[in-house]
Design a protein around this ligand. Structure first.
Ligand code: FOL
Length: 205
């Protein structure tokens, strides 16, 4: 029995846990927050061995999240993109042959592992689950899901899609020190993006 692949969920949510509206994010572009998302999902974990060279993080998403990413940013660069869908890659708009399309999170990770063994893909660094609601829910049901990087957006927006209440699901919020150590940068308490405040939080179980 192999241990499960560690998974980190990364999500931005309103005070009422809203994460989406009409197939996109509920808020107007939060530039600094999106830049944080890109940096953190690209950053490799501190590595144990000095001789290891090529690793790349993976971003795991559902088909609707894939579709919601502007075509010019898709696939998300410098990350292995895994799309959970029953569609075939040919039917997934914008999917190049380096995009992994699989029926489940675990099948996608198994496909990546197989590609890496055959030298067709860099070995896995961190695996980030980037949504949407369905894929977050599936990830929360997996033993490997141990960390959630939650950005609390400082005001409410109309939403039609929601993230679960982590506290109610038995997760614990960790302090600034653990957060900084985990993400590899100072994520600095309350931040301001234009006229909207946000705060990055680390939750663990
Ligand atoms: N987590 C957090 N913290 N913030 C988010 O906005 C977020 N968004 C998603 C999932 N988790 C999140 C899903 N939605 C892009 C667009 C939408 C999206 C995720 C990513 C995107 O275009 N990202 C580019 C950066 C683009 C830019 O710099 O403007 C990337 O390279 O990551």
């Amino acid at each position: 029995e192999m241990p499960p692949t560690p998974l980190t969920l990364i999500v931005a949510a309103t005070p009422k846990n809203g994460i989406g509206k009409n197939g996109s994010l509920p808020w107007p572009m939060l530039k600094k927050e999106m830049a944080y998302f890109a940096r953190v999902t690209k950053r490799l974990p501190p590595s144990s061995s000095s001789q290891e060279t090529s690793r790349r993080n993976a971003v795991i998403m559902g088909r609707k999240t894939w579709t919601s990413i502007p075509p010019k940013f898709r696939p998300l660069k410098d990350r292995t993109n895994i799309v959970v869908s029953s569609l075939s890659r040919e039917d997934l708009e914008g999917a190049t042959d380096e995009v992994i399309v699989a029926g489940s999170i675990q099948a996608g990770l198994a496909d990546l592992e197989a590609r890496a063994r055959e030298g067709r893909s860099p070995a896995l660094g961190r695996a980030f689950v980037i949504g949407g609601a369905g894929v977050y829910g599936a990830a929360l049901g997996l033993e490997g899901a141990r960390n959630v990087l939650l950005t609390r957006v400082g005001r409410e927006y109309e939403c039609d899609t929601f993230f679960p209440d982590l506290e109610a699901e038995g997760w614990e919020r960790r302090g600034r020190g653990e957060l900084e150590e985990f993400v590899g940068e100072d994520v600095g308490g309350e931040q301001v993006d234009g006229e909207v405040g946000f705060e990055v939080q680390l939750w663990r179980r």
